[in-house]
Ligand binder design. Structure first.
Ligand code: FAD
Length: 439
């Protein structure tokens, strides 16, 4: 059996993980000591806590997170396209935080890695011996002129990266498709979570128009901030072909500067290698945009971020890309969206980072060197229509790292089985296996 394949693969991995090498660790616990503080209890923080609870004896774990709810964020795209109901994508946070973990329902506002303590909005301080930094990323709404989170959806300018925003998108997308007009879909120039999401909502909108028989009355434009729509050689040709076949106009090196929601005009900038080439305005009837994204402010101010190189810009945490251990402070591990590593910010990546980060933390607690390595694996299921998914799996080198256990299928093309996986399996897998520390 190819262990790596089954450990990573969505459905196969769930059952096998309990008996695979990774699962073997669940059979015994390590007798290690120290106060562990986890900041952020989302996909990474909660799953980390659950996994660690099974791995160490009498753990002393405190988790700080202000949220009442645990969201399955990949479901936001499906809310925005009418596939999931909003109440299907979240559970009360209380049900997701593992028993035995002390939950502090508060925001961290300051973090001092020298003094080894964090301060919350209420003024309390929490000291730690070991820190797990998993607060995700922040959406920088103020970096799009004319937009605020509270007015999302006004002037038909929509964003699926927000739970409310995704809910407002669906009726507007349906109405746009019915009525006809000019649809503009964009992404953003910073590193952002799930680079596939802006493409998915565009492709689903276009397919919806064909299903409703209104495609001829609609124009679809996709403005991509990067110099290429996608950069994983196995999947890029087919993705470009799909855009072409479906008449979606693609422009690269183009980003949103601001939106005039009253006039329904979007201000765009063509930027090539950091140089602004020109600025132009497009009228729209429906707009999907993505705000720039960065590490939460308290992380940027903590001294834990990269100070040079590409990852310094967003304030991402300076961890070793293989061990996920901080490069200056060896009592800090970081994973998930906030981690400064050159891979896609997805929960599929988190799933593969988890065993690496947990086992390496245990090694550090034992005074040993971290030995587990992460290869940059991420999976981005690009939903190409209501029925197909291009299941893009790759590693740090942008080499395809296919784990899906149906080798007879050509995974460089969209497949129906990927749709079934995305629509029916991944959400329950997230809530019932990953967050419970089973994978
Ligand atoms: C529209 C959309 C579509 C997506 N599609 C996919 C997909 O198809 N496949 C995929 O694998 N991934 C997808 N993702 C990405 C995926 O959801 C994230 O990569 C994943 O949630 C990252 O986990 P995380 O724990 O790092 O961050 P999060 O899950 O965002 O959790 C961060 C946690 O930190 C907490 N926090 C924030 N600030 C503080 C603070 N100051 N103090 C304490 N706690 C704090 C938050 O309350 C939250 O609970 C998508 C995301 C979006 C938005």
């Amino acid at each position: 059996m190819n262990r790596r394949t089954f450990l990573k693969a969505g459905i196969g991995g769930t059952a096998i993980v309990a008996v695979g090498t990774s699962g073997y660790h669940f059979l015994h616990t390590e007798d290690v000591h120290g106060k562990i503080l986890i900041i952020g209890g989302g996909a990474a923080g909660c799953s980390f806590a659950a996994r660690l609870m099974r791995r160490i004896k009498d753990p002393d774990i405190t988790l700080i997170d202000p949220s009442d709810r645990q969201y399955y964020q990949p479901g936001f795209t499906f809310i925005a396209s009418g596939i999931f109901r909003p109440d299907e994508v979240w559970k009360p946070q209380q049900e997701c935080i593992p028993q035995g973990v002390k939950w502090v329902k508060d925001h961290v506002v300051a973090l001092d890695p020298v003094a080894q303590k964090a301060r919350t909005a209420s003024g309390e301080e929490y000291a730690y011996d070991f820190l797990v930094l998993t607060p995700g990323l922040q959406l920088d709404w103020d970096k799009v002129e004319g937009i605020s989170r509270d007015t999302l959806g006004d002037g038909n300018a929509h964003c699926i990266y927000d739970f409310q925003g995704a809910q407002r998108t669906w009726p507007a997308l349906e109405a746009f498709v019915k009525k006809g007009g000019h649809g503009i879909f964009t992404d953003t120039y910073t590193k952002h979570k799930c680079g596939g999401a802006p493409k998915k909502i565009c492709l689903l909108g276009e397919h919806l128009a064909r299903q409703k028989g209104t495609r001829d009355h609609l124009q679809f434009d996709y403005f991509c901030s990067e110099k290429a729509l996608y950069d994983v050689p196995l999947y890029t040709p087919r993705l470009l072909e799909i855009y072409d076949e479906r008449g979606i106009n693609l422009q690269v090196n183009t980003r949103v500067k601001g939106i005039d929601t009253q006039a329904k005009k979007v201000h765009l900038q063509r930027v090539v290698e950091g140089e602004v080439q020109d600025t132009f305005v497009e009228d729209y009837d429906f707009l999907s945009f993505v705000p720039p994204q960065s590490a939460p402010d308290f992380v940027k101010e903590s001294g834990l971020s990269w100070t040079e190189g590409k990852l310094a810009k967003g304030g991402w945490v300076m961890v070793d890309k293989e061990t996920l251990v901080h490069q200056t402070y060896p009592n800090v591990v970081s994973l998930g969206d906030v981690a400064g590593i050159p891979t896609s910010k997805t929960s599929s990546a988190v799933r593969i980072q988890l065993p690496v980060a947990v086992e390496n933390l245990i090694s550090l607690m034992q005074g040993k060197e971290p030995t587990r390595h992460y290869n940059g694996y991420a999976c981005c299921p690009i939903v190409t229509d209501y029925g197909h998914v291009l299941l893009c799996e790759f590693d740090y080198n942008k080499d395809a790292d296919i784990t899906f256990p149906f080798s007879l299928l050509d995974m460089s093309k969209e497949q129906h089985v990927g749709w079934l996986l995305k629509k029916y399996f991944l959400k329950p897998m997230f809530f019932h296996a990953m967050l419970r520390g089973w994978m």
